[in-house]
Design a protein around this ligand. Structure first.
Ligand code: MBD
Ligand code: FE
Length: 285
């Protein structure tokens, strides 16, 4: 479709950089890191690179290609995409391994805070266009604590791609908050969210990340997924992604962010929609 041609790396990758630098105050974290820690991590990362160069006898041509490519990643604005696809899953793993509650997954480059509240008594519909594509999905669940307490002041923030695999605020031509909403839960921590099933996501092929994928002969796909942040005062923020059974990329996600616990079990309905139950369990802070 036309939209596939206009969703260039310049539109999505560069927007991810703009969002990151405006939303996340990245330089605060840098200032707080002690010298000893920076030195330890930088020394070990550089040693790992040195070891790879020695082990595989990296040539000057390869070194120059690396330099040129790294410069392009910055020029394309694709550092958020690169890091979230190939690095974040391990950061997520080591920082959530202590949890007893629900499994999480990486945030990825396309979260936007403060999506509009859409729920009344826990029930609501995500903002969508009149002709929004994709199987309608009615998702019910609860938010509870690991000890079973219902968390009635919990919020579920949901964001996902559309039926063409595009995210609002990162691909052009979509309403600002399309397929992004905040759902405050109702009695018993229960929610019922109406949305549509997203399409699989392809890393933009026309930017530096796409050029790495092509040069290495990899594929560029993430399976279809819903992104959530589930929060409640006094509990650890849960960032997760939920996946659909049968997606060809559930087993080889380019971002390595699929876990068996994150697979949904949708039930097709006679009217062409699907219903799904999936609940969240939060760990206390
Ligand atoms: C996505 O939609 C995504 O979730 C991640 C992690 C990386 C790239 C695109
Ligand atoms: Fe995503």
């Amino acid at each position: 479709s036309d939209k596939i041609e206009v969703a260039t790396a310049a539109a999505s990758g560069a927007n991810a950089t703009a969002h990151f630098t405006s939303d996340k105050s990245p330089y605060d974290a840098v200032k707080e890191t002690p010298k000893e820690r920076v030195s330890l991590l930088a020394t070990e990362v550089l040693s790992a690179i040195h070891d790879t160069i020695r082990k595989h006898h990296v040539t000057y041509d390869e070194y120059i290609a690396l330099k040129a490519w790294l410069i392009e990643v910055g020029e394309d604005g694709e550092w958020p995409l690169f890091l979230d696809v190939w690095v974040e899953h391990v950061v997520e793993e080591v920082n959530t391994s202590h949890r007893q509650g629900s499994k999480g997954a990486i945030e990825g480059p396309y979260y936007v805070p403060n999506a509009p509240e859409r729920a009344t008594d826990g029930v609501g519909t995500i903002p969508m266009r009149d002709d929004e594509g994709g199987t309608p999905l009615v998702w019910t669940g609860t938010v509870t604590a690991v000890d079973g307490t219902p968390l009635e002041d919990a919020k579920v923030e949901l964001w996902h791609a559309d039926d063409d695999g595009f995210y609002s605020q990162f691909a052009p031509g979509l309403p600002e908050w399309n397929l992004r909403g905040t759902f405050s839960v109702g009695a018993g921590g229960a929610f019922e969210i109406h949305t549509v099933q997203p399409a699989p996501y392809q890393i933009p092929t026309d930017g530096s990340c796409g050029r790495l994928i092509a040069a290495a002969g990899w594929h560029a796909w993430r399976p279809a997924h819903l992104h959530v942040k589930v929060s409640a005062p006094g509990y650890e923020l849960l960032t997760a992604q939920l996946y659909f059974p049968g997606d060809p990329h559930n087993d080889d996600d380019i971002a390595q962010a699929v876990k068996p616990e994150l697979l949904l079990d949708p039930r097709p309905q006679p009217d062409g929609s699907a219903t799904v139950d999936y609940s969240f369990v939060l760990d206390p802070v």
